[in-house]
Design a protein around this ligand. Structure first.
Ligand code: UP5
Ligand code: MG
Length: 191
């Protein structure tokens, strides 16, 4: 199980908003464990497991994989890491996922939400698609990812805004500028 003083921050935002980019920066400056739900799922797909091949199809369609799959992958990675400060990147992606994760594991300390216009996210993802090899970085799947994000994931932001736990950051400026806002928020959480 996790240490009693564990701390969880959900890192959310639309597809291509810069969640992974910012988490890479955070982990250079803060002692934390970065777990991307999408990266864990892509590793599961690569492993060739039955669960993985089911997820592969859903991800190519821009749909959410079953909650039990992400919960198990995250829980296992959290415990195995031996860490106690966790950046959970790209999860929860629906309101029921947020509620079930928190009752199963622990309430999050805060949420970082990266706000970015769809045109900018689309531009970034199409550019990354030239080299990423990600089966979901193509125009058609990107549209489907945006639809899933708007319909299923955005309510999570409102849920945590209402709790006063969600910190919204503009993800449009240069990554270094976005990161300045991020460190301001993280430093205040600890104060
Ligand atoms: N970039 C980043 N910041 C920039 C900036 N400030 N200015 C200019 N460019 C910037 O960045 C994307 C690209 O933009 C990069 O090329 C970067 O250099 C540039 P990145 O940091 O990778 O953005 P991120 O928000 O992490 O984008 P990602 O594509 O990873 O987001 P998604 O949320 O779409 O993908 P994820 O991997 O989380 O999920 C993939 C799929 O898995 C989902 O669609 C879903 O099918 C499934 N999934 C679930 O079902 N459940 C889960 O819980 C999680 C995933
Ligand atoms: Mg990512």
């Amino acid at each position: 199980s996790l240490p009693a003083d564990a701390k969880i921050i959900f890192v959310l935002g639309g597809p291509g908003s810069g969640k992974g980019t910012q988490c890479d920066k955070i982990k250079q400056d803060y002692e934390c464990v970065h777990l991307s739900a999408g990266d864990l799922l892509r590793a599961e797909v690569k492993s060739g497991s039955a669960v993985g091949s089911k997820c592969e199809e859903l991800m190519r369609e821009g749909k959410l994989v079953p909650f039990a799959v992400t919960l198990n992958l995250l829980k296992k990675a959290m415990i195995e890491s031996g860490g106690k400060f966790f950046l959970i990147d790209g999860f929860p992606r629906a309101l029921d996922q947020a509620e079930q994760f928190e009752s199963n594991i622990m309430p999050c300390k805060a949420v970082l939400f990266f706000d970015c216009p769809e045109e900018e996210m689309e531009k970034r993802l199409l550019k990354r698609g030239e080299t990423s090899g990600r089966s979901d970085d193509n125009a058609e799947t990107i549209r489907k990812r945006f639809k899933t994000f708007l319909e299923q994931s955005l309510p999570v932001k409102d849920h945590y805004l209402a709790q006063g736990k969600c910190h919204v950051v503009s993800a449009v400026p240069h990554p270094d500028v976005v990161y300045e806002s991020v460190t301001n928020i993280l430093d205040k959480l600890d104060a």
